[in-house]
Write a new protein. Sequence first.
Length: 284
Amino acid sequence: MGAARWLLIGRGHLGSFLKTRFSVPEALHWTRDLDELDEATLRKLSPTAVVNTAGKTELSWCEANAAETFRCNAAAPLNLYRRIKAAAGEAIPFIHVSSGCVWDGPYRADGKPFGPEDPPSPACFYSWTKAAGDAMLLREAAGGKLAILRPRQVYSPLAAERNTLSKLRRYPKLIDTPNSMTSAETIARTVDKLTEPAGAAAFGRILCVYERGTTTPFEVGMFLARAGLRAEPELIDKSALDRTLKPKRVDTVLSDPFFEALVQPPKVQDELRRVINHFREAQR
């Protein structure tokens, strides 16, 4: 990040990772409600960029708390962007972390991965609010410095409940369906690029953020088992899983040539092995 003075928003799994990764001072790590971040505070903090990782993500909670989920995932980011414009004009880049879960696949009807221009196909209320929030932000920020990141199944070395590695340790049965995954480090590298001159072309668009290639929950479960972090998983058929889960769990494979050229992400299996090694050390 160099000498950038950027404001990090969010206290969850990704926010915690980025705070440590970029040594963000406490004064520039906003962990309270987005609606409490007013124009006066923004002027006082004088950030050179804003990175928003906040949002509601637990699917069942989102279904049961629809109004609050819409506020947090759609209305609050839009209102924050408006306050940023009011406080500092269009000059401050706003990097909004959304979700690749807005598509239900794993592939499009023609068998190809989902790209940034593909219309969302939300399969649950959480996904619907993320897609709606993205659309409202893009409309509001037409011509402005907004970049929307859509990662998928975020994982890191942190022992956090929302870490995908933590979740895949808990399930005795896993599906073997292709999916994209995104390490928190790949998101950090993307943020780095977007706060440098080389990333200027990324603003005004959506970026799918992921590692190259695909993996499956079963393959990740086997990686975790070989690392001594769980027993070997059993296979469960995707249709059988869908009958037991409400809301539905989506499978999504992403593709974005612009992102790959900008960030040059690693192969997903290589990144998984690297991160799982550090994840194992964090459990000790």
